[in-house]
Design a protein around this ligand. Sequence first.
Ligand code: SF4
Length: 322
Amino acid sequence: MIENRKKWQELLRQTRAYLEVLRDGGIVFAEGRFAKSTAGIEPPAAERVESAKAGRSRPMTAEERAALKAALTDPYARLVPRPPAAAGAPLAHPAATPIKRSRETSAPGPPAKPAKVTLKDRTEGAKVIAAAEDLERLRDLISGCYMCGLSAGRTHTVPGEGNPRAALMFIGEAPGYHEDVQGRPFVGRAGELLTKMIEAMGLRREDVYIANIVKCRPPGNRDPLPEEMLACEPYLKRQIELIRPKIICALGRIAIQGLLRETTPISQLRGQWRTYQNIPLMPTFHPAYLLRNPGGKRFAWEDLKAILARLGRPVPAGRSGP
Ligand code: SF4
């Protein structure tokens, strides 16, 4: 019974995410059918008249139906910005005018206002991201991205850093205050602990690659919203394709949700191998959680040792954890 309820809740959550995608793309559900909002892509004049007569909606065109089908099949591939007007220019969507930042500090501000980006723009942008030839190009695209509302409050984008040929990639959830200020991932207290975890494995920070699910800081350090994770995922996918790590270590509940769409508590998921894009993935606790709950460090250490074993590396002598 409880299992069934969980499945229905998950289905409902996914449906809401799909509707967000469609609404964001200018397609709304009204009067029992999907229709395109005139605030999105402008319909042909004749259809506008018909739409006006009908009051609120009109039938979908063949193009819209195809876009809807594609979005429902793989919405993530379509949540990307429009390609730049000129080669080498930042990937900023013309309709997504940069929004004035509401705050300069870490104080929680009002929710960021989503930029108006259509489904078509995202489809075109997906091709640009997928064609990014290296991490530098991807960094440029991210720095000019206004694909979701998180762009409104950022000081810097935080694309990620590390060895572009890393065998091990750590993925967290989102930049915090220090990361936003410096434009680098995991540089606050949680970052210091992550560095210790990496060193306990006999590695250096520069040996691995560190990134987040979203590249801009959520206001007040709240969890990133599903639509923000969806919007940002093409960047992460391309990073992984370019780096081709042997193992991914997902840090915390939100990273797991963003990557695997699993809502199982991290306490149950950690230590169990999964795969993402055919790469073995180990879920473990987020360093920020470990700072609040030091008792979890011994479990995280078990997960890191499992990663070392899979990499074929010995546990450094005398090490018993971070
Ligand atoms: S979080 Fe990702 S998708 Fe959203 S604006 Fe930043 S880079 Fe773009």
